[in-house]
Design a protein around this ligand. Structure first.
Ligand SMILES: CC(C)(COP(=O)(O)OP(=O)(O)OC[C@H]1O[C@@H](n2cnc3c(N)ncnc32)[C@H](O)[C@@H]1OP(=O)(O)O)[C@@H](O)C(=O)NCCC(=O)NCCS
Length: 180
């Protein structure tokens, strides 16, 4: 299956995406607010998790490619939150875009199509998004999508070590009713 937006195609991962995703994952600026995928093995394992998640649940962080150029742009999609927190069980929307493509509205465009898929096809009642407190670019995307933030929802990520600045996370939510 594919999700298509004006300029982008979101599709299952192909082996040919692996080098481009490894390059994105090795970019310190892209990964500044994310847990590192420092090696090719870690980057490939992340893709493998998406492939398993897609076959198990019917959705994942898809590979995103530009319609016009056919080039790999990044990863955007939905994922079942894999840890326990006050807002789980939940499905999150997430994004990571290769740096040469930043600032063109690709993340919000792809995420908007993904939210439609989540609410219309998967019939989800709510979709959340989280980012480290310092990740203002990602929070900007959440705001553009009409997601809302309540500081009382902010949380310490249980999979991030206590002394790591990425541990403090903000949570944004979008309910089906608000999206409609
Ligand atoms: C967050 C991210 C996905 C946004 O993707 P995008 O396609 O560039 O999204 P937008 O074009 O809507 O830009 C969002 C914001 O990023 C910032 N931004 C845009 N281009 C930028 C650039 N070249 N350099 C630095 N910041 C930039 C701006 O604040 C922009 O907000 P604005 O449109 O109000 O000016 C992208 O920056 C990214 O991949 N970041 C690293 C991975 C990451 O943090 N993922 C989220 C984890 S929670």
């Amino acid at each position: 299956m594919q999700i298509v937006s004006q300029r982008l195609i979101l599709r299952p991962w192909e082996d040919s995406d692996r080098p481009a995703f490894a390059e994105l994952s090795a970019d310190g600026e892209v990964m500044a607010h994310l847990m590192p995928l420092a090696t090719r093995e870690a980057s490939d394992a992340w893709i493998d998790r998406q492939i398993v998640h897609l076959s198990t649940h019917g959705f994942c962080f898809w590979a995103v490619e530009s319609k016009e150029a056919g080039t790999f742009v990044g990863a955007v999609g939905l994922f079942k939150v894999s840890y326990t927190a006050h807002f789980t069980p939940a499905v999150e929307v997430g994004w990571r875009i290769s740096r040469p493509f930043w600032g063109q509205g690709y993340a919000p465009e792809a995420a908007e199509a993904v939210l439609r898929f989540g609410f219309e096809d998967l019939r989800l009642q709510e979709i959340v998004a989280n980012a480290s407190a310092g990740n203002t670019r990602s929070q900007r995307v959440m705001t553009k999508l009409g997601m809302s933030h309540d500081a009382e929802d902010d949380f310490d990520h249980p999979l991030v070590p206590e002394d790591n600045p990425l541990r403090r996370q903000v949570l944004y939510r979008l309910t089906r009713d608000r999206w409609l």
